[in-house]
Design a protein around this ligand. Structure first.
Ligand code: SF4
Ligand code: SF4
Length: 396
C-alpha cells in the first residue's frame, strides 16, 4: 500500500474527497466561521484535484481555497477513509508556490520567517539569565515562537515549575532559532522547512529531552521531521506530558477554582496528548470541558498560516470558540500552546480569561520563580542584557 502522502496516495485522497457526499462538512471551523461553501473540506480538496488534473489552470484566484485551512484535522475525525485534507492541502500550497501562484501575502515569507526567528532567539537571551540558557544539558526547554513573542514572562514561570518537577537543571534552548519550522511548511516552502528542521534537530541533539511549549512544534518535530528523513534523537515532550510524568512533584495547592481546558488541535489530534494536561490541572483546580474537547476539539484559528492569509476568519474562529464559555457565565480557559493562548486571549469576550497551563499552574500554586529563573542575579552571576519593549510581531 502506498503512503498517504506519496503522489499516488495524495491522488487517491483527492479523488475520494471529490466524489464524497461531504460527510465531514460540519467539522471544518474555517468554513463554519467564514460561511463560505468553497471552504468546506470536500470543496477545497475538489479544487486541488481540478488543479492537479489540469482541468483548471493554476492561478492565485484558482488556488485561493487551498489557504482556507488550519490543518486542524477535525475533518479526518469524521472521515471513513482517514483522509487528511489538512496535510494534502499543504502539499497543494507547495505546488502553487513552486508555480509562482502562492498566496500573495506569503511571497517573501522565508525571509520574514528568518528575520523573526533571529529576533526571537535574541529576545530569549534578554529574558533569561545566561546560566539558564543552553542546549548542552540533559533537559532543555524550547518555548516556541509565539510564547517568546507574546508572553515571554511565562518562560520564567515554566522554569520555576520545571525546577519543582525535576532534579535536572532545565535550560532554555539557546540555539539561535525559536521555531521548529511549521510555518514554512504551512506557507508552502517545504525546501526551506527541510533546511530549517535539520538545523534545529542538529542543535537540539545534545539534549536528552526537549520540553516544547508550542503544539505545532511538538507535532512537527515528532512527525514531520521524520517524514522528511530528519532524525530527531532528542525526546520531544509537550509541557503537560513532562509535568504529568512527574505528577508527584508538581504543585497541588487546589484553590477550588474551576477552569476550562482548550485542547490544541496539534496536541490532541496529531500527538494524542489529551489526558496529561487534565491530570496536571486536576492537581490544583476542577477541570471543566468545552462541549467540543479532546480529539473533538475546535481549532482556535491560529494554525495553517490562517492569521496571515485570512485574518478576519482566524479571529472569528477564536471568538466562536470562546462564545460558549461566555454564555456559561465566563471563567478561565487554560491551554497548552503559545499560539492558541495568543489567538484566544486576543479574541476573548468580557468575563473570559485565557492563560497557558504552565503559567496557570505556577500562579495558582503560588510558585515563586527561583531567583535565577527570573533574571534576578545570584551573587557572582553574569548580568543578563537589559529588557526592551516587545517589537511588533510578524506572526502568528
Ligand atoms: S475528508 Fe473524508 S469525509 Fe471529508 S470530504 Fe474527504 S472523503 Fe469525505
Ligand atoms: S484540517 Fe481543519 S481546517 Fe482543514 S479542512 Fe479539515 S477541518 Fe477544515
Amino acid at each position: 500500500m502506498s503512503s498517504p502522502f506519496s503522489p499516488e496516495g495524495v491522488a487517491k485522497q483527492l479523488d475520494y474527497c471529490t466524489y464524497c457526499p461531504k460527510m465531514c462538512r460540519l467539522a471544518c471551523p474555517v468554513s463554519n466561521a467564514s460561511a463560505r461553501e468553497t471552504l468546506i473540506p470536500q470543496a477545497k480538496m475538489d479544487t486541488l484535484n481540478q488543479l492537479r488534473r489540469g482541468r483548471v489552470p493554476w492561478s492565485e484566484p484558482a488556488a485561493e481555497p487551498l489557504w482556507g485551512c488550519t490543518g486542524c484535522r477535525h475533518c479526518t475525525v469524521y472521515c471513513e477513509h482517514d483522509n487528511e485534507p489538512g496535510l494534502v492541502l499543504f502539499s497543494g500550497r507547495a505546488e502553487a508556490t513552486s508555480r509562482g501562484v502562492g498566496h500573495p501575502r506569503l511571497t517573501d515569507y522565508p525571509a520574514r520567517f528568518r528575520n523573526r526567528d533571529e529576533r526571537l532567539a535574541e529576545r530569549v537571551r534578554e529574558h533569561v539569565p545566561r546560566d539558564r540558557l543552553g542546549a548542552d544539558t540533559t533537559v532543555t526547554f524550547f518555548p516556541g515562537c509565539d510564547a517568546i513573542d507574546k508572553a515571554p514572562e511565562g518562560i520564567s514561570k515554566a522554569l520555576s515549575l520545571f525546577d519543582a518537577a525535576t532534579d535536572d537543571r532545565v535550560q532554555v534552548a539557546d540555539i539561535g532559532r525559536a521555531c521548529a519550522g511549521y510555518p514554512l511548511l504551512a506557507a508552502g516552502y517545504p525546501d526551506m522547512f527541510r533546511w530549517h528542521a535539520a538545523k534545529v534537530a542538529g542543535d537540539l541533539k545534545r539534549a536528552r529531552t526537549a520540553i516544547v511549549g508550542c503544539s505545532a512544534c511538538v507535532y512537527t518535530m515528532r512527525t514531520q521531521y521524520a517524514a522528511e528523513g530528519i532524525n530527531v534523537s532528542t525526546e520531544v515532550l509537550s509541557v503537560p506530558e513532562f509535568l504529568a510524568d512527574r505528577i508527584s512533584r508538581t504543585p497541588k495547592r487546589n484553590r477550588g477554582e474551576s477552569v476550562y481546558y482548550h485542547d490544541p488541535c496539534y496536541l490532541s489530534r496529531y500527538a494524542g496528548v489529551v489526558e496529561a494536561p487534565r491530570r496536571v490541572l486536576a492537581q490544583i483546580a476542577d477541570v471543566r470541558e468545552f462541549s467540543w474537547s479532546g480529539v473533538d476539539t475546535v481549532c482556535c484559528g491560529g494554525g495553517g498560516m490562517l492569521p496571515k492569509t485570512m485574518p478576519e476568519t482566524a479571529d472569528a474562529m477564536a471568538a466562536q470558540r470562546l462564545r460558549e464559555i461566555a454564555q456559561r457565565g465566563g471563567g478561565t480557559v487554560v491551554t497548552s500552546c503559545g499560539t492558541c493562548s495568543y489567538m484566544l486571549a486576543r479574541n476573548a469576550p468580557r468575563g473570559v480569561e485565557v492563560t497557558d497551563l504552565h503559567a496557570y499552574v505556577a500562579d495558582a500554586a503560588g510558585a515563586q520563580p527561583s531567583p535565577d529563573a527570573t533574571g534576578d542575579r545570584a551573587p557572582g552571576a553574569e548580568p543578563s542584557a537589559p529588557k526592551r519593549p516587545s517589537s511588533t510581531s510578524d506572526a502568528p
